[in-house]
Design a protein around this ligand. Structure first.
Ligand SMILES: C[S@@+](CC[C@H](N)C(=O)[O-])C[C@H]1O[C@@H](n2cnc3c(N)ncnc32)[C@H](O)[C@@H]1O
Length: 283
């Protein structure tokens, strides 16, 4: 696709890289999920340095160990978060920094469920073009909200039909490393303000105490021609699990090794800098 509206540059490219690893998982043996759109996104973006879309492409690459590590991590978190959303009773789901997440098309949603996807205009525009070309049909009432999450996204979400009197299931997957500490805190303050009893959130992030971008992540992005340190915010920030607990959310953390054994994907590589948790709001 000619000029994919900026998805292949800056922070938008991170969504494409996640899609590449979802494509790899989908093509692999005994996949944890099927994302039939992931490879389409990667092909449509036509990045200067090609991204892998199959295990064979990974195996041929000089960075194979790193790519396999990243692909495994994306697969585990994707499946875990699929399970989280599939289990929710909430009838409104909000995906913050949705990128090229296709859960609105992949998962079995209750008939009356609304899924809101929030991300930047170029990413959502590109996504829509590819989905339209694939004649993709959402399996829920899917609503996109094109906005910078440092702006008044809560107002835009309510304008798009979010009902603040009903429980919601929130998702922030791979988003926090790109926000400043204050933007991250405001994000959770707003999630808290918009949530009523029965709401929940799931978050995947690089560990909050990280003071510099994960070296493996930097090397991987460099292989795709991107300086991830330019888009990641590495300023010290408060522990968001503790922060949500202080606001009254019941937080449960999961380690990546727990997920690896739950989904039978043993990995010898440490993922200590990664954080995954769900939290329920029950006041
Ligand atoms: C690594 S991707 C993850 C995408 C998706 N959650 C997933 O896991 O497939 C990060 C996403 O966050 C979005 N993002 C980062 N900062 C943002 C901001 N300030 N406002 C809106 N979206 C943002 C990017 O555009 C990108 O799509």
């Amino acid at each position: 696709m000619e000029n994919p509206c900026g998805v292949a540059t800056g922070v938008g490219l991170t969504a494409l890289v996640v899609a590449a690893f979802r494509a790899v998982e989908t093509e692999g043996h005994d996949p944890l999920f099927h994302d039939r759109f992931a490879a389409r996104f990667v092909r449509a973006a036509n990045t200067p340095k090609p991204l892998p879309t199959s295990p064979e492409q990974i195996d041929r690459d000089e960075h194979r160990a790193l790519f396999r590590f990243a692909a495994d991590g994306v697969a585990l978190r994707t499946r875990y978060l699929d399970d989280y959303l599939t289990a929710t009773d909430a009838r409104q789901v909000v995906i913050l920094g949705a990128g090229l997440d296709t859960r609105a098309f992949r998962l079995d949603w209750p008939q009356d469920c609304t899924v809101f996807e929030l991300d930047q205009i170029p990413v959502l525009d590109f996504k829509q073009q590819v989905l339209d070309q694939a004649d993709a049909q959402a399996r829920c009432d899917r609503r996109t909200v094109a906005i910078d999450l440092r702006e008044d996204w809560a107002g835009a979400l309510v304008n798009a039909g979010f009902d603040r009197t009903r429980p919601a299931a929130w998702l922030a997957e791979g988003l926090l490393p790109y926000l400043s500490p204050s933007a991250e805190e405001s994000l959770f303050d707003l999630v808290d303000e918009l949530s009523v009893a029965g709401s929940s959130i799931a978050v995947w992030a690089i560990a909050q105490d990280a003071c510099d971008a994960d070296r493996r992540l930097s090397t991987m992005y460099a292989a795709f021609g991107v300086d991830i340190n330019k888009v990641m915010n590495t300023e010290p920030r408060r522990n968001i699990m503790e922060y949500l607990s202080s606001l009254g959310w019941a937080v449960t953390g999961s380690t990546m090794s727990e997920l690896a054994s739950r989904y039978n994907r043993p990995s010898s590589v440490s993922r200590r800098r990664m954080t995954l948790f769900t939290a329920r709001y029950s006041f």
